[in-house]
Design a protein around this ligand. Sequence first.
Ligand SMILES: *Cc1c(COP(=O)(O)O)cnc(C)c1O
Length: 359
Amino acid sequence: MINVTKTFLPPQDEYQALLKQAWDTGWMTNRGVLVKALEARLQSYLDVPRVLTMTNGTLPLQIAIKGLGLSGEIITTPFSYVATTSSIVWEGCTPVFVDIHPDYLTIDETQIEAAITERTTAILATHVFGNPCDVEAIETIAKKHHLKVIYDAAHSFGVRYKGQSVFNYGDVSTCSFHATKLFHTGEGGALFCQPEYYDVLFYHHNFGHQGNEAFQGLGINAKMSEPQAAMGLAVLPYMTEILNERQLICEQYSAAFELTPLEELPIRPDTDWNYSYYPVLFESEAQLLKVKAALELHSIFPRRYFYPSLNTLPYLEITPMPISESISKRVMCLPLYVGLKANDFETVNQIIRIIKTNI
Ligand SMILES: *Cc1c(COP(=O)(O)O)cnc(C)c1O
């Protein structure tokens, strides 16, 4: 069976050697040696000012919204994973959708200003499949209208834009370290922020504690545990290998689809991309469904990602978002993971053959 992704597992002895450090201290959580080591390693690997690890990639979104004191309306993208929208609603704010750019699939920055009202407090946008939003245009709009900017950068581990980590843009960026993501800790995630926000976001992720016997404010528990951090520390040394292998698979797909009607994701100029997903855009939903069924006959399971468009969620008032809805119906992510190219690319060739004969 070939799925859209497969979790990269480091050598088990290396994971266990790291876990032993937790055993030796007797600490399993509450920011032990491994969590602190992982944050330090990520800070230098990614070249970012602040890293705060968390239990998953959804809590950092909720904590960013809460910690920045947002209320009212938050402008957001309909083309993302459900966590982007649900976090806004969960925090008692109203998502106001702005449609997406038809090529880059990120929020259409040219339509943001028209959606701003006196109740707008922030923009929460997703760097889709590791492709950055137009961060400069968004910053200009945010400054002009005194809005905060949060990026759901769940797909953007290691992405650099104009020579620096994409996590450095906006007031806060969040990432997911879920087992299906490029870099993972099993479950896990992190928040990246400008230094002035670190303290307030920190106490929000740890019950509001200020030492053992005082509280700075309202908080929740989003602390990463030591076994999670051990996995991250064991995976991180393999990032170069992981990226190289994924790049080869992406290049093989790209070469094969060049002269077909399938559209591939253009990467925004000045971006060092991370080969996190391989989305292809079909001419119609019918064509997508035909290819999906043909692949499934061979036990190959691509994923309709993102589907459905988030403006159609059942708990929201419907606002039409024609581009996002059209793309959601026609986009599919192809299998992409370390190990897929075993047998001299034969598996990738098989996937390509099946797709080409069905479009
Ligand atoms: C995976 C993902 C999340 C949620 O991360 P979890 O770690 O699963 O909580 C949020 N946003 C996007 C865009 C994602 O892909």
